[in-house]
Ligand binder design. Structure first.
Ligand SMILES: NC(=O)c1ccc[n+]([C@@H]2O[C@H](COP(=O)([O-])OP(=O)(O)OC[C@H]3O[C@@H](n4cnc5c(N)ncnc54)[C@H](O)[C@@H]3O)[C@@H](O)[C@H]2O)c1
Length: 327
């Protein structure tokens, strides 16, 4: 019995595949490599290069492997890009995602762990965001994920498809083997480390007049290895016959952009210069999780997610891969 991991050549997918394999699971990866890296998937893992919306390919995968579940990471995931080219996001994340869920139901798969996001909440005036916080996204990326969440809830009712939708806050950090390499890179920590490395002269900081103590945006950073662990636990929950659920994955602590830069200066010992830019459309001032529900439902603790540990792990990976992945 195999787990289909879509987007397994991407950042969070590759780390989760690594952990699944350590736990002795059989894994099949499907990725179109639009944003992923072939070398982020070990050579002995069954790998299909293609789109999740390709129903003929999905039928072939289901013929060649006995699929018991799917962890669906594959998506485009840049807030700014989604504002500029929403069609790309609705076509890739929603249309292809709907086709994937249809293929899974047809193949008899009834367990899905879905990569959702704090972007489904939009702007909230609460200190921390719980799963009861109203969802009203402020960018097409967030909408594309919320639509899939609604679809999953309907498919549970109609087809008995059980799912856990994990709403990640900001993934960051690296394992010894796998780290973050996006092109272009829009995430703060890799960009801060590029500046520390001297690849870029300074870090762009988007917005300095947000209603936060230092005026820069606040985010909740969670270590990618802790995210991977939550996926294994979510799968275990479904295998034990657990009900479908929506869970926040974050730490409950937020850091401003300036705090992240300062921590990176301390970890790397390098001078890191910043340059203020106008705020990006669709970027809320503060996104911090209340992770109580995930901790209780999954017995999950984000034990690697303090900011220094996150930055140190990303810095170590970066020093081993100064230009990221080659392929
Ligand atoms: N990185 C974060 O902080 C964060 C936060 C919240 C949610 N998420 C979600 O987690 C998931 C993984 O994020 P990531 O940072 O690892 O992104 P990533 O871009 O590194 O990985 C996504 C992978 O999916 C593949 N892909 C995209 N569309 C595809 C399609 N239609 N068919 C096949 N493959 C496709 C890409 O090639 C890539 O390898 C995404 O769904 C993202 O929306 C990420």
């Amino acid at each position: 019995m195999a787990i289909l991991v879509t987007g397994g050549a991407g950042y969070i997918g590759s780390v989760t595949v690594e952990l699944l394999r350590t736990e002795g699971e059989e894994v099949v990866v499907l990725d179109d490599l639009a944003r992923g890296h072939r070398e982020a998937v070990a050579a002995d893992i069954a790998f299909y290069h293609g789109n999740v919306g390709d129903r003929a390919l999905l039928a072939r995968i289901a013929r060649e492997h006995k699929l018991e579940s799917c962890i669906h990471f594959a998506a485009l995931a840049y807030v700014g890009e989604s504002v500029q080219t929403p069609a790309k996001y609705f076509e890739n994340n929603v249309a292809q995602g709907i086709a994937l869920m249809g293929s899974l139901v047809e193949a008899g798969v009834r367990r899905v762990v879905f990569s959702s996001t704090c972007a489904t909440y939009g702007e909230s005036d609460q200190e921390t965001i719980s799963e009861r916080t109203a969802q009203w996204p402020v960018n097409p990326y967030g909408w594309s994920k919320l639509i899939l969440e609604r679809l999953l809830a309907s498919y549970d009712g109609a087809y008995g498809l059980k799912f856990v939708s994990l709403r990640y806050f900001n993934a960051a950090g690296a394992t010894e083997r796998y780290g973050e390499h996006h092109e272009p890179e829009s995430h703060l920590i890799p960009n801060v480390l590029s500046a520390a490395q001297g690849d870029t002269p300074e870090v762009p900081v988007f917005g300095k007049n947000y209603p936060t103590p230092d005026g820069t945006a606040i985010r909740d950073y969670v270590h990618v290895a802790d995210l991977a662990d939550a996926h294994i636990r979510a799968l275990g929950h479904l295998r034990r016959g657990g009900e479908s659920d929506f869970l926040n994955l974050g730490t409950g602590h937020g850091y401003s952009v300036l705090e992240v830069v300062e921590s990176a200066r301390q970890v790397t010992g390098r001078d890191i210069r910043i340059r203020f830019e106008p705020p990006r459309p669709g970027d809320p001032p503060r996104l911090v999780a209340d992770p109580t529900k995930a901790k209780a439902a999954l017995g999950w603790t984000p034990g690697k997610s303090d900011l220094r540990t996150i930055i140190a792990s990303a810095w170590q990976w970066r020093q081993k891969h100064p230009h990221g992945y080659v392929s």
